[in-house]
Design a protein around this ligand. Sequence first.
Ligand SMILES: Cc1cc2nc3c(=O)[nH]c(=O)nc-3n(C[C@H](O)[C@H](O)[C@H](O)COP(=O)(O)OP(=O)(O)OC[C@H]3O[C@@H](n4cnc5c(N)ncnc54)[C@H](O)[C@@H]3O)c2cc1C
Length: 389
Amino acid sequence: MTEKSYDVLVIGLGGVGSAACRSLAAAGHRVLGVERFGRVHDLGASHGESRGVWQAYFMGPGYVPFLRRAYALWSDLEEESGEHLFHRTGGLCLGPSDGELVPAARASAEQTGLTHEVLSADEVHARYPQFTPDSDDVAVFDPDSGFVQPEQTVRVQLELAEKHGATLHFHERVLSVTEDARGAVVRTDRDTYHVGHVVVGAGCWAPELLPESVLPVQVLRKVMLWFEPEGTADDFLPGRFPYWIWEGDGMIGYGHPGANGLHGGVKAGVHSGGTPTDPDLVDRYVEQREVAEIQDFLRTRIPRLGAGRYRRSAVCLYDNTPDQAFVIGPTSEHGRIVAAAGTSGHAFKFLPAIGEAVGQLVTDGRASQDLSLFDPRRFRDAQAAPAAG
Ligand SMILES: Cc1cc2nc3c(=O)[nH]c(=O)nc-3n(C[C@H](O)[C@H](O)[C@H](O)COP(=O)(O)OP(=O)(O)OC[C@H]3O[C@@H](n4cnc5c(N)ncnc54)[C@H](O)[C@@H]3O)c2cc1C
């Protein structure tokens, strides 16, 4: 048994866990973070050089207040770390006006008074000649959109957590979590810890530690690809090329400007779909047909990228809940075990706000932001509700 005592143990030091550790340590808790792999790794969901950030959100207006808070906290994170994290490139959400994405992005912007523009296909092409939308497509332009870099963000959050006194253990795997009225007990492959609270930020592996009624997650294998554009490559750098997400041909594609200059190429991927997988057995080999799928999507929409040379790829994981909303909140009878998981492939932009909310839940038992969208009881309650008759 360990000699040192901690108030809070955070399981997983990826995007969510590193944000939680920083907030909890900054609030004065004695924090232990436990990660089964190394510091900033590429086996979970927080790697691949860029993550899109925006407020005119295609998931709907309910997310916007939490996003506003995240925006304020990204600035705090930059100030505290002294590093430039959030690259504002502007963002385009494209697709049919009666589709899934554009109406939700419009509603988010209009109902919450965000600065935005609605652009026709011709207006998009005039502003960004790299894009050739179909005449049926419309776009919502969010000037405050952009990207952050996941590896840098996780590193910075971990460094700040340590600066505030957190202890971080790598290559230590949590095997089980239990609670009683006095606290929680965490058993790992190295030790047993008795703590006041536990935060489960274990990403795609969180279902091993939490009941399915709280976290009914499907883990999906996702592919990120990088292409070398045809012609003047500078046209695909931040400043000239926005973050984009596009609904069309029954799928949702997305892409980011060259995040590290153009050395590694310009990123694109498919947000919709994905192959169900076990996170420990996921196939990390990317097949030619997966490259061809996104090239076909790009060919008519961003032709210079669609015809560009394929450079490289990486496999990443989504942990999708049935409604694709996150699971954030206490999950156990005495409230000692707090979940921050089920992030469904879209939580990176929220990370500082998730960290803050988790910190408040542990400290005060409640969060200043409305977390009802992410209530861990919602799936269990839905199952328990009598069928409409
Ligand atoms: C291809 C792709 C594109 C994306 N694009 C965007 C985007 O544009 N914008 C956006 O906002 N979001 C995006 N996301 C989503 C975002 O990246 C994730 O929601 C976020 O990174 C999830 O962080 P996490 O901490 O839950 O998971 P992870 O970063 O995977 O962290 C979980 C950690 O827990 C550790 N762990 C697991 N089990 C244990 C255990 N038993 N003991 C100890 N440690 C354990 C793991 O090793 C891992 O380090 C994307 C995701 C992917 C995969």
